[in-house]
Design a protein around this ligand. Structure first.
Ligand code: XUL
Ligand code: MN
Length: 401
């Protein structure tokens, strides 16, 4: 099994780690400086791809919605400079996503904003993002639900909101195709809450349901964020990724760590109180399901591990990239050790490989065959499974005992 390819996006490295209770604790760096750190990570063979919001690369000016096309604009020049540096480092852009959360005009939503003037701004910002992504050679466009949500349920025009969302996503798909460039797929990234109290696409299951309503469901898949977004409501990452992968809709995967039920922790992979077993399980099941995609980190430097000042700025950010990659590789190694362990395999086989002939009958829509088949209820019912024993062997492997 090959080592999975890894991506580190611009925004995770740039993040100066402010939170709702305190200001940024790291020096802010420009998109070109972020680009240089990512190129360094590429040269060190830590990462294979990067991704970005439009705003991570170039500022958005609502008075110049097509500035990316204007050779006189700073955006035009910066985008070319970024592309040159990424090309020189052989660091491809995997995905672009439109920031509809930062600018205050979108505080009551982007694509679903009840005000059509703001929806138009959101649509034009998404279109600019698609042009930027096409210019940089991105394959994926992600829609993260961001501020499309609410706190007060009577403020929502419920009979229109999902239509607005469908219209916005259909426009994105159409415009991406009109560019006739690198963007070939769209992904929806669900989140249950934060920044809104409630969000319109809270889980992977909701995203899959929404995709069925879009003009080209084949264009769209999901980008679950594990363990954070799914774990915020105590749902399991395993279910999110396995359901999406089985539907061939797991197009992209964001990764970090999370204590279940809390705010979006965005801790680096495997860092924190919980999540080791779950992360290993996700990587193990993705291998089992033959998922070929790559993993993108989406987390930030823990605020405790930051320090202000120019001298810390690059070192702490590079350490953050390294830590994510090293921790991911540890989880990947454990997932593969578990998959290769003969004792664990024997117990799994005891659970899963019973009565293959009967299993075959059940997999066919031949009702006569099913009606003919019989079961020894007493024997089946008398069997104690050894799931706790299996889990113990897994834990032993994880603890290196
Ligand atoms: C926020 C989040 C976003 C998306 C891209 O929680 O995950 O950064 O991944 O907009
Ligand atoms: Mn994410």
């Amino acid at each position: 099994m090959t080592r999975r390819k890894l991506s580190m996006p611009f925004w995770c490295v740039a993040n100066p780690v402010g939170d709702p209770f305190g200001p940024a604790v790291m020096d802010r760096i420009s998109s070109l400086e972020v680009c240089d750190l990512l190129c360094k990570a590429r040269q060190e063979r830590l990462i294979d791809f990067t991704s970005a919001h439009d705003d991570d690369l170039v500022a958005w000016d609502p008075a110049r919605l097509e500035d990316d096309l204007d050779p006189q604009s700073p955006a035009f020049r910066t985008l070319r400079e970024i592309r040159e540096r990424l090309d020189a480092a052989e660091l491809p852009v995997a995905m672009v996503t439109c920031s509809l959360h930062g600018n205050p005009v979108f505080r009551n939503g982007g694509l679903t904003n009840p005000n059509p003037e703001i929806r138009l701004l959101a649509a034009r910002k998404v279109m600019r993002t698609i042009r930027i992504g096409t210019f940089l050679g991105a394959e994926y466009l992600t829609y993260w639900v961001a501020r499309d949500g609410f706190e007060c349920q009577f403020s929502v025009p419920w009979e229109r909101s999902y239509r607005y969302l469908v219209e916005g996503l259909n426009l994105a798909e159409r415009y991406a195709k009109e560019q006739n460039g690198s963007i070939r797929r769209g992904t929806i990234e669900p989140k249950p809450n934060e920044p809104r109290g409630e969000m319109f696409v809270p889980t992977t299951g909701h995203a899959l349901g929404l995709i069925a309503q879009l003009n080209d469901p084949g264009f769209w898949g999901v980008n679950p964020e594990i363990l954070q977004h799914e774990g915020m409501t105590n749902l399991s990452a395993e279910v999110a990724v396995a359901l999406a992968a089985s539907a061939h809709k797991l197009f992209f995967l964001h990764m970090g760590n999370q204590k279940p039920g809390q705010f979006d922790n965005d801790l680096p992979t495997l860092v924190g109180m919980d999540g080791i077993k779950e992360m290993v399980a996700v990587l193990w099941l993705l291998d089992r399901m033959g998922w070929q995609g790559h993993v993108e980190f989406d987390n930030h430097i823990p605020r405790t591990d930051t320090a202000p000042g120019k001298e810390n700025s690059s070192r702490i950010r590079m350490d953050f990239i390294r830590q994510n990659v090293e921790n991911y590789r540890m989880a990947e190694k454990k997932a593969r050790e578990i998959a290769a362990d003969p004792d664990i395999a024997k117990l799994m086989s005891g659970l899963w490989d019973k009565e293959p002939a009967l299993s075959r009958i059940l997999s066919q829509p031949d009702t006569a065959e099913i009606l003919k088949a019989s079961v020894d209820y007493d024997r089946v019912n008398a069997a104690a499974l050894q799931i706790a024993r299996l889990d113990q062997l897994v834990t032993r492997k994880l603890l290196g005992m």
